[in-house]
Structure formats: C-alpha cells, structure tokens
Design a binder for this molecule. Structure first.
Ligand code: OGA
Ligand code: MN
Length: 275
C-alpha cells in the first residue's frame, strides 16, 4: 500500500489496495489516513454494490440518507445523480454531510458509476488546516461556542431544492432535523481541533438569532477556505473516494451541463462530537 498526498494539507491517494478484499490491517491504516488527511482516493477498484455495502458494515455501520433516492435493489446505497437534462446537482456548494444529525455520519464512501465526458470533479477542504489558520482573536471569539444545524430549509416541500429541477428526485420533505454541536470540535480519533460549521446547514450560534450570528458565521465560512487547504479529484471509472465529514467540507463541481453523472454513496455511521 502506498500513500501519496493530493495537496499539501488535504487528501491522500492510496494505491496498492483493493477495498473489497483488504486485510484488517490495511483497513486500519486506511481509517487513520482518512481521519488525518480528510479524504482518501482509490483508483481502479473492483467494487460492486455488494462490496460497497459489505465495506460500509465492516467500517462500523451504515446511516441511510433521508433525502436522496435509494438504489432500488440495495437500499443502503444512496444514488447521487444528475440527468443530462437537469441543471441542478446534489452537493453543488461547499458543505459537510449530515451535520444536522446529533450524531452525525462519520463520512461517506462515494463510487463513480457513470461520469460525464469531462468535468464533475469533487473538491474537499480540510477543517483542521482551516482552524489552524484562524487568527488568535477569532480562535478566542469562537472558543466554547455552540451552533445549531438543520437541513429543513434545504429539503422541505418549498425548500431550496424544491425550487430547482432536482426537487422531483428527493424524499423526506416533511422531516424535521436539528442538532447542536460545538463550533470547534476535537476529532474523535486524532484529537485535532477542527472548525465545525458549514454554509449549508449551520444556522445560528446557540443563544443568538440568525441575524446576530450571520456576521461571525460569514467570517468563519470565508476563513474555512484557505489558499492551501483544498484538494480536487478528477473521477475515472473505478475511482472510489472516502471522506471524513468532521475533518472536511466538500463541493461537487457542477460544470458538465448536458451530460449524465451517477455516483453511489454509502454513508458511514459516526459518533457524538465534543469540543
Ligand atoms: C455527496 C456529495 C459529491 C459529488 O454525495 O454527499 O456531496 O461529487 N457528492 O457527487
Ligand atoms: Mn455531500
């Protein structure tokens, strides 16, 4: 197994391993690498839907996404797809998955099933590097703060997606979500401090209104993307990416209009977060 960083502070490409048949020792090394680098990319994988599910269970359990269509024959698999005639994609702005759950998903295992002829890359940004780069003043300002997260404004019947041509694909319009997390968490396995707010789901600081929270939230959202804390993946057939939702934000680049893209996602169960 060989590990090559994708960028100075985010992402690692791991070669010389088949995820479907890897040893327990390799699995442990992969987990550690993902906790540290935020995302790992694996090329040329033989990874059937059955392998995908087996891998998720072996990692430590699968969370079913409430909103995305599920693969018909394999209900643990969420289908992240955009048809050639759709304009809006899933995940087309910076976010982290499932932060609206009180025990948020650890991460995701995303497999390329159908790719556009070009484009459709995914980007990640490392929230440990983002935290490190904050000024001492901002670090002091956010020390001990908690924030409220929800997905309702995005997925409800008249929410953000419903106003786009992606609306018809999604489920869960009536769900109510909400969770409170520290603004700075410690990674459950590495102990590293991570900035844990995101543009998609973080609404306000506890004890402050949305309006009162916005100036500092906007400042943190802007600070979370630094010059050197991102990496970018160009998918190929057989590529699998596994990311850590605590350690990273991600963004699905929507630059392939007129072409179909289909990815399969298994969401890995996580643990409660603490400052
Ligand atoms: C996701 C997501 C990114 C992509 O599955 O959560 O944001 O590139 N997907 O499809
Ligand atoms: Mn996502």
């Amino acid at each position: 197994m060989k590990m090559t960083p994708m960028a100075p502070k985010c992402g690692v490409e791991i070669s010389g391993i088949q995820l479907a048949t890897c040893s327990d020792e390799e699995m442990e090394a992969v987990k550690q690498a993902i906790y540290e680098h935020g995302v790992a990319v694996f090329r040329d994988q033989e990874f059937s839907p059955e392998d995908h599910i087996r891998f998720g269970k072996r990692w430590g359990g699968i969370d079913i996404n409430n909103y995305f269509p599920l693969q018909q024959d394999f209900q643990e698999i969420a289908v992240v797809k955009k048809e050639a005639d759709q304009k809006t994609n899933i995940g087309g702005d910076w976010h982290t998955d499932h932060s609206y759950d009180q025990i948020p998903a650890m991460g995701s295992v995303l497999v390329a099933r159908e790719l556009p002829p070009s484009g459709g890359d995914t980007m990640w940004a490392h929230m440990g590097a983002a935290y490190d780069a904050l000024s001492d003043e901002v670090k002091a300002e956010i020390e001990g703060l908690e924030a409220f997260h929800t997905a309702d404004h995005i997925y409800k019947a008249d929410g953000l997606y419903a106003q786009t041509d992606m609306g018809r694909e999604l489920r869960g319009h009536d769900l109510k979500t909400g969770a409170v997390h520290p603004v700075v968490i410690r990674h459950p396995h590495t102990g590293r401090k991570l900035l844990y707010v995101n543009k998609a789901f973080t609404i306000n600081f506890v004890g402050k209104t949305r309006e009162e929270s916005m100036p500092l939230l906007e400042k943190l959202f802007a600070a979370a993307l630094t010059d050197d804390n991102q990496c970018r993946l160009e998918w190929k057939p057989g590529t699998v990416a596994i990311w850590d939702n605590r350690t990273t934000w991600h963004n699905a680049v929507n630059d392939y209009q007129g072409h179909r893209r289909e990815m399969h996602r298994i969401t890995l169960s996580g643990e409660a977060l603490a400052a």
